[in-house]
Design a protein around this ligand. Sequence first.
Ligand code: HEC
Length: 140
Amino acid sequence: MTTNTFASRALRLIAATGVALTASASMSFADSAGEGLSEGSMIHARSGKEIYETVCQACHLAEGKGAVGAGYYPPLANNETLEEASYPIYVLLHGLKGMPAVGKMMDDEQIANVVGYIRTNFGNDYKEPVTAQDVADSRD
Ligand code: HEC
């Protein structure tokens, strides 16, 4: 069934993330969960679209339509919680229940890019730009 496919894709992503963290950031992660995490980018994608497709889409699916099955992956399409950019930034930096803090694999600019992307696609029309500085400010 497709629901199992979503779940296993999500698990593979988490496993792959674990490998990437061990390979390139074990030093940072050995630090207390704080400054050490704030800078390194562990994914190559830079544009919001590429980051969405390589990181977020595994759970939130193409076009941000989300999935309900083995787990609940909320749609990002037409999602009013994206109106305040600080909310998706917070979710990426800190995680939210079933969602890992995938922003820890990204630098400020990558987070700004992907947040800008989801806020201006999939039926969302929140045009104020999101900057790396906005992300840096919410890391405090
Ligand atoms: C491993 C799966 C997974 C990945 C990868 C993932 N998410 Fe999520 N995300 C979730 C789940 C599960 C929730 C719902 C958490 C809850 O409320 O229980 C969620 C919630 C969210 C929310 C809050 C939505 C709302 O309506 O409150 C946002 C925003 C979000 N994710 C954005 C992203 C972005 C952007 C990416 C990629 C950079 C991403 N997510 C990657 C699983 C994931």
